[in-house]
Each structure stands twice: as structure tokens, then as C-alpha cells.
Design a protein around this ligand. Sequence first.
Ligand code: HPA
Length: 268
Amino acid sequence: MIHETASFILEQLGTYRPQTLIILGSGLGGLGEEIKNPIYIDYKDIPHWPQSTVSGHKGRLIAGLLEDKEVLCMQGRFHLYEGHAPETIKMVMSVFKIIGIKNLVVTNAAGSLKQEMAPSSIMLITDHINFCGRNPLVGNNDENFGPRFPVMANAYTKEYQEKIRAIALQENISLHSGTYLMVLGPNFETAAEIRAFQILGADAVGMSTVPEVLCGVWCGMKILGLSVITNYGTGMIQEFHGHSETLQQANSAAGNLTKLVRRFIKEI
Ligand code: HPA
């Protein structure tokens, strides 16, 4: 099944053989529009492919050139809160492995757990806490892809962290860094949960990314993770927050994120 899916995507790619996959988070789809000579592959046309259902997420792959480098973009990702089975993420990432993806750039929208990290900041993900109670790697393990017990000591590739920090410095973009905690969602957290996650040592909270990263590490991809901070965690300030605020703030930080990712792609 995954080979049929991979063959279909390879056929659609024509002569493109991208080695870097960029996953675009909520409100960050704009980067996809900057890809030159694009080929679009709608999720609905890919055999055995899941469909995404969230507003602000489009649902297609875009292949093409960014800074003259071949890239593949997911415009629309699969969240567990949509009801996707965790193993769906493993299937998707396995397909990307088969078609030759070696680098994974994951972006997301996240809530801040630190006062000094205000909405529309960007946070480099240096580590994560899987707090969603699910794991896409549960089940049979195909050793051709990766080990039964993958090691997460260097999940977010150090070399890429250093590279993006240097780029941010040169571009004069302030870049926070920290630990991303994944909740299952779909609800935003209670104030008590936010206080608990602060005590646990997390810096940002969101509903994605961890499943893709687990699978990426498992099958040997090098990973860069960036969060766009769209709001403070519940209870940290007085204002109400919700999905519309998430999309608004993501759009306002998207310019800086795009700059960082473009230069990163150019340099790897
Ligand atoms: N919590 C969980 N996920 C999120 C948030 C949040 O505050 N903001 C954006 N995604």
C-alpha cells in the first residue's frame, strides 16, 4: 500500500526529487505560495492518503523550488484531534521516506508558557514532551525503516539548531528556543493545565508536530522544528483566545518564519 502511494507521488513529481519536506502549520501556508515552478498534488487524488479537515489547512502537497532548491511542502497536516489514527502519521512519513525525503522542517502554531515569549514570537524547538497519550510507532515495526526503540536524544538535529540560530542573528530576527509539549486537543487548555505544563518544564504547547517528529527520527530524517507563538496559554493573561486569534497571529509572524526557512533551505 505505501509503495503504491509513493509510486503515485513520484510519478506526479516528474523530474523533481526533493530531499526536504516542509510541513506548514496553522496559518503558515503562505510559504507554500512562494514555491517556484510548483506542482500541486491534492490529497484527495493520492491513493490511500488521509484527508485534512481543519480551516486554515489546505490539503495538498506542493513540489517545486525554494531558493533554487527542490522542496516538498505539506500544505495541511494530519492532526490526531481530527480523529486520524496515530499510525496514519507513520504511513505518511514512511511514504516520504520512500520517495527520498532526508530533511524535515516542521512548523506549527503554539501557545506560549513563558511571559517573556509573547504572541508572534518564533520559537526554535529544541526538545519535546509527548503529552498526547498516543504514539504513531506503536504496532509492528519494519526494521527497513527504523529501529523498534528509536532514540530521541538528538531528535531536533543540533547542527540545524545552530544553523537556524546563526541565520536568525544575521537576519535580525529574535528567535526563542525551548521545549514543545503536545496535547491531543481539540480543546485549548484549562488554566490549571497550563500551570501544570509550566511546572513540567515546557515552554510552548500545541496539538501537532510530535507524531511527525517521532516518525521522522525513527526513519532517520534530520529535523528542524519551529513554532510560531500565537497566544499566551490560558490564564496567563486576561484575554480570551481561540482559533481565529491563532490564525491572525500566525499570519503576522509568518513573514519572519518564511525568511528563516528560505535561508535555511538555501544553506542545507
Ligand atoms: N494550546 C494548544 N494548541 C495551540 C495553542 C494553545 O494555546 N495555540 C496554538 N495552538
